[in-house]
Design a protein around this ligand. Structure first.
Ligand code: PLP
Length: 220
């Protein structure tokens, strides 16, 4: 099967209201074009430089998702170019996004990334820090939080289900509040190995790389 066919195949099997983000990091422009030709419009990148290069070489109607850790000094390059930043993980970063987007008169759409597995080497905020981050978001003018994102510890189906369920309950709980600038539309969970479990537990946005494009080669 070609990567375009694989994309169509997955798309047919998942519910229509689920956004499938094709994670195109390390992939060529031609590979992206092939999946695009099959109807894909949402693409995810985790490096600012790589996203910029691809942005300049691809069609305007692609919705770019920034899914990697975002350093404050790189925020300025993303203004007006990305559909959704999945990785808001500190007040420090929030302030930089607010500043850079305000300077250009734009609104940033963001997901709060939660380190739900409390992993030391992972980015994302601790659940305990969520309320102070939300409070800071309420004080902004140029951002909208649209939901939550997480990457979970490597494990088995049972542990994945546990973390995804925890995320879904945080998501549902936040939904009951009427915060300024914060709404819960997107729950971005699930990668190639665990997206089925993510969908079963209520994710409505999944991020698939290898499942669509085949295994990644980082050697170059
Ligand atoms: C690379 C990446 C993915 C996709 O991973 P696959 O295992 O290739 O599906 C999803 N989310 C994030 C944050 C990533 O960095």
């Amino acid at each position: 099967m070609s990567i375009g066919e694989v994309y169509k195949n997955i798309k047919e099997k998942i519910p229509e209201d689920v956004t499938l983000v094709c994670v195109s990091k390390t992939r060529t422009i031609d590979e992206i074009k092939e999946v695009y030709a099959s109807g894909a419009r949402d693409f995810g990148e985790n490096k600012v430089q790589e996203l910029m290069e691809k942005y300049d070489n691809l069609k305007d109607d692609i919705r770019w998702h920034f899914i990697g850790h975002l350093q404050t000094n790189k925020v300025k390059y993303l203004v007006g170019k990305v559909y959704l930043i999945h990785s808001l993980d500190s007040i420090h970063l929030l302030k930089e996004i607010e500043k850079r987007y305000a300077a250009k008169g734009k609104i940033a759409s963001l997901l709060i990334q939660i380190n739900v597995g409390k992993e030391v080497a992972k980015t994302g905020i601790a659940v305990e820090e969520l309320s102070s981050l939300i409070k800071a978001c309420e004080g902004c003018n140029n951002i909208k939080v649209k939901g939550l994102m997480a990457t979970i510890p490597i494990g088995n189906e049972e542990s994945s289900r546990k973390y995804f369920t925890k995320m879904k309950s945080i998501f549902d709980n936040l939904k009951t509040f009427d915060y300024k600038n914060v709404s819960m539309e997107f729950l971005s969970l699930g990668m190639s190995k665990d997206y089925k479990v993510a969908l079963e537990t209520g994710a409505n946005m999944i991020r698939l790389g290898e499942h669509i494009f085949g295994s990644r080669d980082y050697k170059e």
